[in-house]
Design a protein around this ligand. Structure first.
Ligand code: ITT
Length: 189
């Protein structure tokens, strides 16, 4: 079985990506290591750097994923700074910034970076368009899920199961591209 190590501290991400890995017969394991992270406006640069450092250090193929929430009315904020914004003002802070704002379009972007110990690296991206809800709804998922409604549904991501979220999500799209690429090259990396 093809094995890939996912360098993440976020168990929600691991759960969602593992559901997709199963469909391709790939074993996705958490790499419980410290992540070296650079600062940049570019999610691809951030994830690729971390994947390269970890693959060299641990001598295994490593995948890293960086995601962000981009709100149109706020000029794309918080985008690459989503993690910091989530930890500081959180979902309620975002709702406050959006008070009285009629244009509520937003999207999540996911960038998956894969790197082998020999230094071969690739990037896969996924995006889901939707809206910022007017209040916090649901208890599932993680992060900004309680305030994000994907286009084509009326529920927030936090009101869905991981499988339902995967039918829409940025992460599911990026990991589906990655796992189908990997499955085609099985044993030939
Ligand atoms: P890593 O260990 O994998 O880096 P992280 O939680 O720091 O985990 P990111 O930097 O990729 O992940 O995420 C940036 C922020 O965006 C963070 O606060 C997440 O909670 C949030 N986020 C990412 N994906 C999300 C999703 O699918 N739904 C809701 N919020 C999400």
């Amino acid at each position: 079985m093809t094995e890939v190590y996912f360098l993440t501290s976020n168990l929600g991400k691991l759960r969602e990506a593992s559901l997709i890995a199963e469909q391709y017969g790939i074993s996705l394991r958490q790499l419980p290591a410290k992540r070296i992270e650079i600062q940049s406006d570019d999610l691809a640069r951030i994830s690729a750097f971390s994947a390269r450092v970890a693959a060299r250090k641990h001598h295994v193929p490593v995948v890293v994923e960086d995601a962000g929430l981009f709100i149109e009315a706020l000029g794309g904020f918080p985008g690459p700074y989503s993690s910091y914004v989530f930890k500081t003002i959180g979902v309620n802070g975002i709702l406050k910034l959006m008070e009285g704002v009629r244009r509520r379009e937003a999207y999540f972007l996911s960038v998956v970076a894969y790197c082998t110990p020999k230094g071969r690296s690739l990037i896969f991206k996924g995006r889901v368009d939707g809206y910022i809800a007017s209040e916090v709804r649901g208890t599932g998922g993680f992060g900004f899920d309680p305030i994000f409604i994907p286009k084509g549904d009326t529920r927030t991501f936090a009101e869905m199961s991981s499988r339902e979220k995967n039918l829409y999500s940025h992460r599911a799209k990026a990991f589906t591209k990655f796992f189908s690429w990997l499955a085609e090259r099985r044993g030939n990396l």
